[in-house]
Design a protein around this ligand. Structure first.
Ligand code: FE2
Length: 419
């Protein structure tokens, strides 16, 4: 990293007209002032170039232990979630501390280069040796200078359906996992699934941990574990600390059921995480035509006042062979898939990779405001519309008042034509 910055100048900010200077002192924003015109950046000032500056991006749902393993030991040819889990079970047997550490760190560097400074990773704890979890605890420490990492104890093969599933979850929490996970739709029976949700909520509550459950990641309209999770969150008054990931089945629920369900969701105040690229790829696999999108009801949840964020889920792993770390790509796909290209949706769309992710991760000090840590990104464009159209990576990422990432602005396409 470079010398500490004193200010970021010529910045556009969400919800404010004109250009602004963001003053920084002791790693924190101290003042936001309106500029009457563009200024020349002085020493130790970063020129935002009249581009939009937003809080640092958030990747709220990734599987770092599996990242960069696509094709090892074999490719997921069917493209289904369930063949992915089978491929992963084979690859998992080959894990070592160094293998996990190297791939996770490489992926986090890729994320940081794209302006991501906060990451929540699920780590498979259905492994008697907890190899990946122990490696990820080291990665959390080793990468703290450029990423805030939350670790989810994630029972990939089930809590009730895997030998010693409960003990492994408890051990993962004891070792230092930040978040309690679950996968009720993958448990052997509906009863196992519901019991696992009640149990994991009690575990989190007892140990004062956050919750993030892979919930109803299936096209089956009868998969209704979300209602169990929401009811438990409401009972324990824990909703703002509980995220429901995927909830793909909601895309297949009937409207009458959804009407009843939304009443509970609003009362419980759960957070929602949707992974559009991953679920467009994995879901709809048992449909002929028409094929479902397999994505939760994102605009309806937002309109109900609930927080929804987008995540990547995978970077080249047994479930998804693609992924480049650029959340603008995920956002673009998600807006298309969710019928969210109305201009009012586009104008607010960056919330899906910033503020709403912060709500899901229960971050206490997030955003551009005096007193908050000076963490932000300079984007290539003046408005969310321009940024989405361009799909260009961040110009700069500032972390605690220092420039963490900086790249040259992309040349306008017209300038590339040589004749
Ligand atoms: Fe996931």
């Amino acid at each position: 990293m470079t010398e500490p910055l004193n200010a970021i100048v010529n910045a556009r900010l969400t919800g404010r007209d004109g250009l602004h200077s963001l003053t920084i002192n002791n790693d924190r924003f101290t003042e936001i002032t309106v500029q009457t015109s563009p200024v020349t950046a002085k020493a130790n000032e970063l020129d935002a170039g009249e581009n939009l500056v937003t809080p640092a991006f958030i990747e709220p749902h990734i599987h770092l232990d599996a990242a960069l393993t696509a094709g090892e030991p074999r490719w997921n040819q069917s493209g289904t979630l369930f063949e992915g889990i089978e491929c992963w079970a084979e690859r998992k047997a080959l894990l070592s501390h160094e293998d996990v550490t190297n791939r996770a760190t490489q992926t986090l560097k890729l994320f940081a280069a794209h302006g991501i400074q906060y990451v929540r990773t699920h780590v498979d704890v259905t492994d008697p040796s907890l190899t990946a979890l122990k490696a990820m605890l080291d990665v959390r420490e080793q990468t703290a200078s450029f990423i805030d990492l939350q670790i989810v104890a994630f029972p990939q093969e089930g809590i009730w359906s895997f030998p010693n599933g409960r003990e492994l979850m408890e051990e993962a929490i004891r070792l230092g996992a930040d978040v309690v996970g679950g996968i009720p739709h993958f448990e052997f029976t509906r009863d196992y699934g519901a019991d696992s949700v009640r149990w994991l909520m009690e575990l989190a509550h007892k140990h004062d941990r956050l919750v993030d459950v892979h919930c109803d990641e299936i096209d089956d309209p009868e998969s209704r574990f979300l209602e169990v999770l929401a009811a438990e969150a409401l009972r324990l008054d824990y909703g703002s600390r509980v995220a429901a990931s995927h909830t793909c089945a909601m895309g297949s629920y009937n409207d009458a059921y959804c009407s009843r369900l939304f009443r509970l969701l609003k009362k419980s105040n759960l957070r929602f995480l949707s992974m559009p690229t991953e679920n467009l790829h994995l879901q709809g696999r048992f449909d002929s035509y028409p094929k479902r999108r397999g994505i939760t009801r994102v605009p309806e949840l937002l309109d109900a006042g609930l927080k929804v964020a987008f995540g990547q889920d995978s970077i080249r792993d047994p479930w998804y062979p693609m992924g480049n770390g650029n959340l603008l790509r995920t956002l673009d796909v998600g807006l298309h898939a969710c019928h969210m290209l109305g201009m009012s949706r586009i104008e607010r769309s960056l919330e899906l990779i910033t503020d709403n992710g912060a709500a899901a991760l229960d971050l206490k000090e997030y955003g551009i405001a005096p007193g908050r840590p000076a963490r932000c990104v300079v984007l290539q464009g003046q408005t969310p519309y321009e940024i989405l159209l361009g799909q260009r990576p961040v110009l700069a990422s500032v972390r605690d008042g220092k420039v963490l990432v900086q790249r040259a602005a992309a040349q306008p396409e017209a300038d590339l034509i040589l004749t």
